[in-house]
Write a protein of this length. Sequence first.
Length: 263
Amino acid sequence: MNLDLKDKVVVVTGGASGIGEAIVRTLVIEGALPVILDRKPKEDCAALLAEMNIEHADGAYLRVDLTSADQVAEAIKATMVRFETIDGLVNNAGVNDAMGLGAKPDQFRASLEKNLVQCFTVTHLAAPYLRNSVMGSIVNIGSKVAWTGQGGTSGYAAAKGGLAALTREWAVDLATDGVRVNMVVPAEVWTPMYDDWLASQPNPAERRREIEERIPLGQRMTEPQEIADAVLFLLSARSAHTTGQIIHVDGGYTHFDRAYRPK
């Protein structure tokens, strides 16, 4: 399906790896112009940037600490200087940092800063340009943790719950400007970060089997590409009358009965 994203400028936070990287690669395939905002050094993303050049993608990579409003402002300014528009925004950056009830209040606040407040900062600064775009679409990346709980990660759970609320709040704020705001919620997605976590478990293979058995559709983890495909659909005019929606791409993990077992 042609999503009509050719030459659309889309800012993707945390676009250098994992789900963000899958989104960037798919934007390139669709002919869009991704602008990656990431804290990684540019040289650590050489393979992705090289592929973008091979695909003749006129995207951009800006190293940014998203918790710094000044750095984000400079990144948005640089994007506008180069492209003169921002058509889409994907608030993808975040980390499940295990700041649970045992964390100090300052640590909890820091978790909110890097998982929620930075999303507000980027959206606040990009909103004036999204309002001026013909397309104008925001997609937030959530987490099943905000619906299921996980234990030991109060900061991340609160941040993703807050981002879900802001998805609908911003959808109302921006509706009269024609800017749509939606959320895609992953559960168990096979990314390098997930692989690192699994490797820390006493028996990684057994732990993965236990997790996959709880995923109703196919008893497998979601692929980053499957998240990316949902994100691009929501960015595109193919979902022109969809806003304020929270879409779970998780094989039924979040909403199916916990007692479910495959036949």
